[in-house]
Design a protein around this ligand. Structure first.
Ligand SMILES: Nc1ncnc2c1ncn2[C@@H]1O[C@H](COP(=O)(O)OP(=O)(O)O)[C@@H](O)[C@H]1O
Ligand SMILES: O=C(OP(=O)(O)O)[C@H](O)COP(=O)(O)O
Length: 392
């Protein structure tokens, strides 16, 4: 058992809170604020107790560079609206800028630090960087379930210098996603899509023996289509994972798992909503065309396969749902998941945005703020961000 926010004294203390404000953005505007709203119980509790709240997060993958499109400023603004009070913003998460911003905090004040991933040491779990973050505060809280599968400095390394406990969101995620790990209901289906292919394809191998049905869509599907020897045109394909995809297809048949790949795609001649587009069969992607959504036959087959399920976990959209012409596959799967007579968990920044956009979120048993994190949890892995928290 891990210590929680209620086990520690926070009054008048500087409290470092790792949150996951990695929200979907379109031209600098937040398109889904679920991940921000999900941290409000923790922030409100700390405010009530008179803590000096220092929030830290990553946004996207700027890979150690100060790229302006990855600033957390829009999140400070949105959080301020949600809390109904000002949220201070520091232009850097360490050094003099951060220290000065922290010094001005009074009990109940909230400060958001700039993107942790503007420093490459964050993802490298650099010790000096972790120490610098730790030095800002007297106690730490992890409320960033979405990134708890990453052994990064603000998630894992920091705990060597600053004791960290679980926030309310982390506690809730452990309860729901952990519950699914401990007591899975069968038949059990996992649906995996999205664009983070190399991150998530590894998960599939361990999930195969745990589920009866595994559905692959989105960018993830193209690597499997390539593994079947079909042409993929200019679709998103991770060539160094084709062999792994082929071995997963083989493993599925050995474990008697129903591995469902798309049988048709909506292809486009450019990555744009205005591009020419058409439906082709899975073996018919021509040169110069890219698969941006699953086709109508795949939608139907996936929905049929989901009907008898008792548990469904979904991470990763079926297509580029941000563009209306390629959203039908994701919407069809959202509907099928919502209509299933099953315990359903939908996780991931974009997947949650898609389910919110479809208006079906209230029909899902648990909306998780973590996609990769919930998949790795389900796979049976210990998540470094949770392991590192102080024991009771
Ligand atoms: N066929 C595809 N080609 C390129 N990108 C895709 C495709 N299908 C889905 N995507 C993109 O995947 C992204 C979401 O992937 P990911 O980050 O893995 O999901 P989540 O945030 O839910 O964990 C979306 O921005 C979506 O546009
Ligand atoms: O969006 C996230 O993960 P997800 O897309 O798997 O839900 C988390 O913020 C982690 O981000 P990362 O995958 O860049 O480490």
């Amino acid at each position: 058992m891990k210590q929680t926010i209620e086990s520690i004294d926070v009054a008048n203390k500087r409290v470092f809170v790792r949150v996951d404000f990695n929200v979907p953005l379109k031209e600098g505007v937040i398109t889904d604020d679920t991940r921000i709203r999900a941290t409000l119980p923790t922030i409100n509790y700390l405010m009530e107790k008179g803590a000096k709240i220092i929030l830290a997060s990553h946004l996207g993958r700027p890979k150690g560079e100060r790229k302006p499109e990855f600033t957390l400023k829009p999140c400070a603004q949105r959080l301020s609206e949600l809390l109904g009070k000002p949220v201070a913003f520091a232009d850097d998460c360490v050094g003099e800028v951060a220290r000065k911003a922290v010094e001005t905090l009074e009990a109940g004040d909230v400060l958001l630090l700039e993107n942790l991933r503007y420093h490459k040491e964050e993802e490298k779990n650099g010790e000096e960087f972790a120490k610098a973050l730790a030095s800002l505060a007297e106690v730490g809280v992890n409320d960033a379930f979405g990134v708890s599968h990453r052994a990064h400095a603000s998630v894992e390394g920091i705990t060597k210098f600053l004791p960290m406990v679980a926030g309310y969101l982390l506690e809730k995620e452990i309860k729901y996603v952990g519950g699914a790990v401990e007591h899975p209901e069968h038949p059990f289906a996992a649906i995996i899509g999205g664009a983070k292919v190399s991150d998530k394809i590894e998960v599939i191998s361990n999930l195969l023996p745990k589920v009866e049905v595994l559905i692959i869509g989105g960018g993830m599907a193209n690597t499997f289509i390539a593994a079947k020897g079909y042409p993929t045109g200019s679709s998103l394909v991770e060539t160094d994972k084709i062999e792994l995809a082929a071995s997963l297809i083989k493993k599925a048949s050995e474990t008697n798992t129903n591995l469902l790949l798309p049988t048709d795609f909506v292809v486009a001649d450019a990555f744009s909503n205005e591009a020419n587009h058409k439906v082709v069969s899975a073996d018919g992607i021509e040169d110069g065309w890219m698969a941006l959504d699953i086709g109508p036959a795949s939608q139907k087959a996936f929905a049929e396969a989901l009907k008898p399920m008792k548990m469904i976990v979904w991470n990763g959209p079926m297509g580029v749902f941000e563009m209306d012409n390629f959203a039908a596959g994701t919407n069809a799967v959202a509907k099928a998941v919502a209509e299933a007579n099953a315990t359903t968990i939908v996780g991931g920044g974009d997947s949650v945005a898609a389910i919110e956009k479809s208006g079906l979120a209230n029909r899902i048993s648990h909306i998780s703020t973590g996609g990769g994190a919930s998949l790795e949890y389900l796979e049976g892995k210990a998540l470094p961000g949770i392991v590192a928290l102080a024991d009771k």
